[in-house]
Design a protein around this ligand. Sequence first.
Ligand code: BES
Ligand code: MN
Ligand code: ZN
Length: 498
Amino acid sequence: MIRHVTSEPSFAKRKARDLLLVPFWNKGSEAQAAFRDVKGVRWNDWGVLRDFKAKEGEAVLYYDHGFKEKRLLLVGLGKEQDATAETFRRAAASAYEKVKGLKIQSLSLLPPVHHKIPHNQVEEAFLEGMLLAAYPLKSHKTGRSRGDADQLSEIALIRSVLAKQEIDALQKLTGAVFYARDLVIGNADDVTPSYLAAKARETAREFASVTAKVLGRSALKREKMDLLLAVSRGSKLEPKLIVLEYRGNQKSTHRTAVIGKGITFDTGGLNLKPTGSIETQRGDMAGAAAALALIRALASLKIKTNVTVVIPSAENGIDSASYKPGDVYRSHSGKTVEIANTDAEGRLILADAISYAIEKFKPAQIIDLATLTGAIIVALGHELSGLFSNDDALAAALTNAGEKTYERVWRMPLPKEYRSSLDSDIADIANSGGRPGGSIKAALFLQEFIGDTPWAHLDIAGTAYLPSKQKYLPKQGTGVMVRLLTRFFQDEADSGSR
Ligand code: BES
Ligand code: MN
Ligand code: ZN
């Protein structure tokens, strides 16, 4: 893991580290230096003479060179006119991939420059890609601990335009992302509802601006959260409703509720998931993990906003005590729900959490994060999260934050016609309306509990948990939505609207 990010004002006087990292643009068939001129070095010779074209993703390591570092790593950025912030994140990830596993503890980076994108944004993106790629994935292999293969712990930015504060902020943000990844990747037997509650309490102890409150089984009964209780009945683990409050703007009464699905393992319940679908379901608390990590990001960055996180958490297990298909339960809101399918459990616990949040906190807006449907993976794959919203301005702001952070979202419709698929003969609503348009129906179910509060639902089933490593994202837990939502709240605070 990269713990130290330092700056050095001079190329000539830099300390000798284990590696010198130099980015290049691809120009026609040649590589061209992609940083501000450094006197006395004919950089372009490196590109031209050494068969390096600087294509996106290209990274070439040299040992035989004239620099004071033992190794020289050239990394390609592709064509300058095609570049966006994401280009730099990805190039940094390719560079990291190349050095990972080598005995490199420190490196010096000549930060790239782009003629149109401001220097600080370019550098931030490159550094962010590097930091995110250097996530120490925990290994359960005997004799290996976390991130053993990766020794890199220091990056020095040569002639950087970034202030120490900007660098610190990036480290805090990526630290929060790692916090979410760890929770998602951790064993389901370890990351239980009680564990999430303990993490929330710990977070409140760590930050003066954060308070935590946890409701256990008896409190949930008192509060009539019967949907959450129903879902939890097939497991011996106690369900929890976790409330975390961040007050970063004491002067304002405005607050956003962020609700995160916290199913610590989803067997499907009596509508048991088949082999092939069940194996990834320890990640079904990725919404909760992102919400918890978001609070840590906001608090450590001291962002001027107020956010209340509500996490309904349970294990959707299987047992003779399990809640049953066909039975009817009363939600916290008073609406009755027929259980059409015990595997549509996420919307049940979210419904209780949403109406609880509205009753107790009267939030100005609600954002929920949930690995809600397999159907969103069919629709959007693993790159884009599904966004459903009853508010165009909120949807636009989230989409924008998604573009900036490249945690992209795609807005999905909420057509009224589909609501009738959730009609029940015996209850106010059923929790499943069949497979076609499954993600939309899940969102329409949630909307029933929202009323007229501006609301956005992010279905992250495809983006929170990956089948394989992607650029700077590890296999499995990505920590998606921590960066997007931090950006969203930062933008909101900057625009002075809160
Ligand atoms: N946790 C799942 C959704 C999911 C699927 C997340 C794959 C990550 C990867 C959710 O609780 C679920 O089971 N949804 C069902 C709903 C259906 C029964 C209406 C689904 O998507 O099949
Ligand atoms: Mn399920
Ligand atoms: Zn689930």
